[in-house]
Design a protein around this ligand. Structure first.
Ligand code: NAD
Ligand code: ZN
Length: 358
């Protein structure tokens, strides 16, 4: 068996107020290429009291990620516009949730690889190392700050740019930045890391490396979401930020499973956001994830989270089939969840039945 040999993030700074160090972190890199920095920032921060350490000549783009998850078209447009108007940046800094993490990682790669990002959706298709890139997460849970992929939706597929140069050169983890995330969003994205860990632990690819990170992350998640003192607080923001990182590292060395396979179906067919889609599916997967589903339901209740039921009543047979087909193609996830003989255990009809539960 060939073991994974993954690129980790080069440098990590963590702690309350760490964001103030961003300026001095960027300083030694500023002279590279055409000598300016590109900031891609979640539109949420536009007009807010939020200081960006930009200098004269830098480009600051506020990116709207609410209408859809990052697309290949959006990445190509950012790259083309900046190259045409300003040149090649010394680096790109992404400030935002998982969506912006993916935008920054993808844009970094596309500055040095020709043509559309559509051409590179998949494993190791990128030809050249990207430019210096920094991630500053402002929502915690996706693990996109440390993962080896930049997930993009293209005209044909939702698939990441996954290669050894995708991970950030630097991440800045400042728990202060996530304190105002609205409760539902805090929960949906936070559950992404909880589910990463439960899935990473429930399948054939689990191993000592992935288990150690999953256990540490789950302990933190339980403090944040269910143990005494659960809820949004300064202490729990510190915990959730570390839980997200460790959940990402756990799944990097294992795999996600049935819940993520279904979640991708929902995202492709209805554009449902990743964390929310995971929650919709996880709620009904007792036979895969046992007691964890009960624990999840308790957490939903405890925090009064919106999680609608009976959605499938309004879905057409065609939509259900389409979602099941998207899921069925995610072979690596089903391999992990059910074993290499998974096709003997579940077929397309079985997957359609899973979607009908939602
Ligand atoms: P998000 O980035 O989509 O943001 C969710 C919402 O929170 C947006 O409305 C945003 O404007 C807002 N927001 C951001 N920061 C805020 C703050 N500090 N305070 C208040 N609101 C804030 O959410 P997410 O769940 O972090 O990311 C989901 C995305 O991550 C999806 O596109 C998914 O495909 C991707 N993802 C990537 C990976 C990976 O490994 N690359 C893994 C999981 C998910
Ligand atoms: Zn996820």
């Amino acid at each position: 068996m060939l073991h994974k040999n993954f690129t980790n993030v080069d440098k990590v700074v963590y702690g309350r107020g760490a964001y103030a160090q961003l300026d001095s972190i960027l300083e030694p890199k500023r002279a590279e290429n055409d000598g300016f920095m590109l900031f891609v920032i979640d539109k949420y921060f536009e007009g807010k009291k939020f200081s960006v350490p930009s200098k004269s000549g830098d480009v600051v783009l506020f990116v709207d990620i609410d209408e859809h998850e990052p697309t290949t078209e959006q990445i190509d447009a950012i790259r083309d516009e900046v190259l045409q108007n300003n040149g090649l940046p010394a680096g790109v800094i992404g400030i935002g949730g998982g969506s912006i993490m993916d935008v920054a990682k993808a844009v970094s790669l596309m500055f040095t690889n020709e043509g559309s990002s559509q051409l590179y959706q998949g494993l190791n298709l990128i030809k050249k190392k990207g430019i210096y890139h920094v991630g500053v997460p402002t929502v915690s849970g996706t693990g996109a700050e440390c993962s080896t992929t930049a997930v993009l939706t293209g005209p044909e597929k939702k698939l990441g740019l996954k290669c050894e140069w995708t991970p950030f050169n630097q991440i800045v983890l400042d728990p202060e930045l996530i304190k105002e995330v609205p409760t539902n969003q805090w929960f949906y994205t936070g559950m992404d890391t909880y589910i990463h860990c439960i899935e990473s632990e429930s399948g054939i690819y689990k191993n000592t490396f992935s288990t150690a990170y999953a256990n540490a992350s789950l302990d933190l998640c339980r403090d944040v979401f269910i143990n005494e003192g659960a809820g949004q607080s300064a202490e729990n923001d510190e915990k959730l930020m570390v839980a997200s990182l460790m959940g990402g590292l756990s799944l990097t060395y294992s795999e996600v499973g049935a819940c993520h396979a279904m979640s991708y179906g929902l995202s492709v067919v209805f554009g449902t956001k990743h964390g929310y889609a995971n929650c919709l599916a996880f709620n009904h997967l007792e036979e895969f994830y046992g007691d964890a589903v009960g624990e999840f339901k308790e957490m939903v209740q405890q925090h009064n989270i919106d999680l609608p039921q009976n959605l499938s009543k309004n879905w057409t047979e065609e939509q259900i089939t389409q979602m099941a087909e998207v899921s069925y193609k995610l072979e690596h996830m089903w391999n992990h969840a059910l074993g290499l003989d998974w096709k003997n255990k579940i077929d397309l009809e079985g997957m359609k039945a899973l979607f009908r539960r939602l």
